[in-house]
Design a protein around this ligand. Structure first.
Ligand code: HEM
Ligand SMILES: *[C@@H]1O[C@H](CO)[C@@H](O)[C@H](O)[C@H]1NC(C)=O
Ligand SMILES: CC(=O)N[C@H]1CO[C@H](CO)[C@@H](O)[C@@H]1O
Length: 326
């Protein structure tokens, strides 16, 4: 009789796992307040740690926003970007040109605080999305609710990093976004939200300053005074690969000024300038430049959509954001 009952349990277990096998690869339904019961303080804890870090470093919002973007664009928003490389595996964060994502230790600090409050409940993927939300607000941007319930992925490979390039045309970038279910409009909004704060290093735009596309002259679409300034910056210490603000005017403020700057030929990356010049996007750029409220509202919709990109791999709740569980 005991055997029979064990057998019965095993059957139930295999039925359940069969069921899970078929359902887990489907899209997770994210919801606002996912941790209300399992970790009621989760969102407060995250906000406090982000705030403390922001007090000593105003560039934190840019770091988190870019981390969120890079995470979501490779294998969906599953914190695959946080995984450290091992001797056997080169992870996403070590993919050459995209190695400048920063603030991994801030995520570690948040995770430590959350594990103390409610062990094994809050995913690293949700931490990135929530911390980004808090950072945007700290930079003066819109406040918004973030649907949660993401799970952490089990795979992170440098070879899978396939992000848009800094010299892409609008149409090339559009393809990269539409492959992730994001439209041209959303791309223009997300680029403006990302690049209204934060910096780019010389290696990403230096080709525009001197012999642009073999013309023997700087990129004609860049403001001449800006060309001179950047030549000075990048030439001053070529080995150090210095950086400059993507929004040359209100560099730490999350606002629509990026669109005004690119309309004045002050885009830093080629893709930034292309947005203002290409007929595909020029009209959107002038509309966004004219209305900061409209930009803020559109950004909220677009970042929530970007934050919902999933690859159908249900994953786990990592104990440590840098390694998968054993
Ligand atoms: C076509 C799309 C995009 C391209 C080609 C692109 C490219 C770049 C490049 C080359 C940099 C400079 C990195 C460095 O020098 O360290 C950068 C910085 C940045 N990007 Fe983008 N990006 C794109 C879209 C986005 C989106 C959608 C977001 C977020 C919503 C974003 C957020 C940021 C932020 C915040 C920074 C500054 C990072 C910092 O200060 O540490 N970007 N981007
Ligand atoms: C900088 O931004 C402010 C506020 O958005 C604007 O009024 C001003 O004209 C801008 N200045 C430059 C030089 O672009
Ligand atoms: C956003 C970003 O930094 N994209 C770079 C990622 O890496 C590829 C090459 O591997 C570059 O072309 C992109 O500029």
């Amino acid at each position: 009789m005991k055997m029979a009952s064990i057998q019965k349990h095993l059957n139930v277990i295999s039925l359940v796992s069969l069921f899970l096998c078929f359902t887990l690869p489907l899209k997770l339904a994210l919801q606002v307040g996912f941790y209300a019961k399992s970790c009621p303080n989760a969102e407060n804890i995250i906000r406090q740690v982000v705030q403390q870090r922001f007090k000593i470093d105003r560039s934190v919002p840019a770091a988190l926003l870019r981390m969120h973007f890079h995470d979501c664009f490779v294998r969906g928003c599953d914190a695959s970007i946080l995984i450290d490389s091992t001797t056997k595996n080169q992870a996403e964060k070590d993919a050459g040109a995209n190695g400048s994502v920063r603030e991994y230790t801030l995520i570690d600090q948040i995770k430590t605080a959350l594990e103390r409050a409610c062990p094994q409940k809050v995913s690293c993927a949700d931490i990135i999305a929530l911390a980004t939300r808090d950072a945007v607000a700290l930079a003066g941007g819109p406040k918004y609710n973030v649907p949660t319930g993401r799970r952490d992925g089990l795979i992170s490979r440098a070879s899978e990093v396939n992000l848009p390039g800094s010299s892409f045309t609008v149409s090339q970038a559009q393809q990269s976004f539409s492959a992730r279910g994001l439209g041209l409009n959303e791309m223009v909004i997300l680029l403006g939200g990302g690049h209204t704060i934060g910096v780019a290093h010389c290696n990403f735009f230096q080709n525009r300053l001197t012999n642009f596309q073999g013309t023997g002259a700087p990129d004609r679409t860049m403001d001449q005074a800006l060309v001179s300034k950047l030549k000075g910056l990048c030439g001053s210490n070529p080995n150090a690969n210095p950086s400059t603000f993507l929004d040359q005017n209100t560099s730490f403020v999350f606002d629509n000024e990026y669109y005004n700057q690119i309309r004045k030929n002050k885009g830093i990356l080629k893709i930034d300038q292309n947005l203002a010049l290409d007929p595909l996007s020029a009209k959107m750029v002038s509309n966004l430049a004219a209305n900061n409220n409209n930009f803020g509202q559109s950004f909220v919709k677009a970042i929530i959509k970007m934050g919902s990109i999933q690859q159908g791999n249900a994953g786990e709740i990592r104990d440590n954001c840098r390694t998968i569980n054993y």
